[in-house]
Design a protein around this ligand. Structure first.
Ligand code: EPU
Length: 341
């Protein structure tokens, strides 16, 4: 294990922001991770997974630990289900495809989400009507202070919309090292209810659009939709949705809706609605706009992009400008989904 000083994190964050780590180490086993945590117990630490959900606005004055734990295996199965354990450093999309190839169902709607398996529970990633919490059984996590392993079961994780215990009660206390998912071997719960998927299946292949699309058909449809709307971080730096879709009290929403009757919304509970932030940002006039090397994607206003050499501060300034204008226009506050470092 080599500790590197003043290490550039440009290739370790999907925004492609140039920022330096005071020290950097990649760990490839639990033993290595524990050794580092013990040896550097008094150092400030920063845990880095796939770097797909963060905006670096400054150098990281800490020991950056890159979790590069690999491996995935079946740990249990019966006639209907399979329990798969993946180490935290596996690439999420490759993991999804590996399961689909074996006809294991439950993750297909979350194809092509950037990042690594170990960070998926932190923000309960989701797309096209599916969320991690639907198939997540448990994860192993190492306590940064004591180096003891704790198993977090689904119920303990307090999963919500892009939320979990790892962002709140135990924030910065644990490093997730592996995750177990329970997937279907047969009677897959194919979920095409999210409007675009059905339309895409129909367009692509009329047979697949019948009653029985396969896991692969659904995954392919999701991939096509995502590729048409979301920029590939390898080509254009970005961090997926920069903001969360705001949840607004129905009583407040009714007043706003009277002023803006064309505003889209989804009911989330008896008392709350979710409003698509992409719509608010587009209506506020930001879609496709560019400010130096920072900009708002032309096909999806929720995504802020780095055209090349934008700094984290420049991206942050654009995000604040968007928040301010959206609030002034609609009276709705939109909150960042990415972690601002
Ligand atoms: N919309 C606009 N303009 C835009 C973007 C969206 O008017 O520029 C409208 C759309 O017309 C649609 C609504 O907003 O009526 C919702 O758009 P979309 O279905 O594209 O999804 P989203 O709410 O913008 C969320 C997730 C995405 C996920 C998609 C699909 C959040 C913050 N984002 O986006 O997740 O892929 O749904 O399920 O919940 C991510 O988290 O990084 C991410 C990409």
């Amino acid at each position: 294990m080599e500790i590197l000083n003043h290490f550039s994190l440009k290739n370790y964050n999907t925004f492609g922001i140039e920022a330096k780590a005071r020290q950097f180490v990649a760990v490839h086993s639990i033993a290595e991770l524990k050794t580092i945590l013990e040896q550097y117990s008094s150092e400030k630490k920063f845990v880095l997974g796939g770097g797909s959900n963060m905006l670096l606005t400054q150098d990281v004055d800490a020991l950056v630990i890159h979790i590069d734990l690999k491996g995935k295996k079946i740990i249990k199965e019966d006639d209907d289900f399979v329990w798969i354990e993946s180490q935290a450093g596996e690439n999420w999309h490759e993991f999804v495809l590996w399961n689909i190839e074996q006809n294991f169902g439950g993750l297909e709607n979350m194809s092509l989400i950037p990042g690594n398996v170990g960070t998926t529970p932190v923000q309960n990633i989701g797309a096209y009507g599916a969320e991690i919490k639907d198939t997540f059984i448990s994860c192993d996590a190492i306590n940064i202070e004591t180096q003891e392993t704790k198993v977090f079961h689904n119920e303990e994780c307090n999963f919500g919309y892009r939320e979990s215990i790892f962002k709140h009660d135990v924030k910065d206390q644990y490093i997730i090292t592996s995750v177990v998912f329970k997937l279907t071997k047969r009677n897959h719960k194919i979920n095409t209810s999210y409007g675009d998927i059905l339309a895409e299946l129909e367009k692509n292949n009329s047979e697949a659009s019948g009653l029985n699309p396969t896991l692969k058909d659904v995954s392919n449809a999701v991939i096509t939709i995502r590729q048409s709307k979301l920029p590939d971080p390898k080509e254009l730096g970005n961090s997926g949705s920069f903001f969360k879709n705001p949840i607004v009290l129905k009583s407040d929403f009714e007043k706003i809706h009277q002023k803006f009757p064309e505003m889209k919304f989804y009911n989330v509970s008896e008392t709350e609605v979710k409003v698509p932030a992409g719509w608010l940002i587009e209506q506020a006039g930001f879609k496709g706009k560019r400010f130096g090397d920072a900009g708002i994607h032309k096909n999806q206003a929720l995504v802020i992009v780095n055209y090349g050499n934008a700094t984290g501060q420049e991206i942050l300034a654009v995000s604040r400008d968007i928040q301010k204008t959206v609030f002034e226009t609609f009276g709705i506050h939109i909150e960042a989904e990415v972690n601002i470092i």
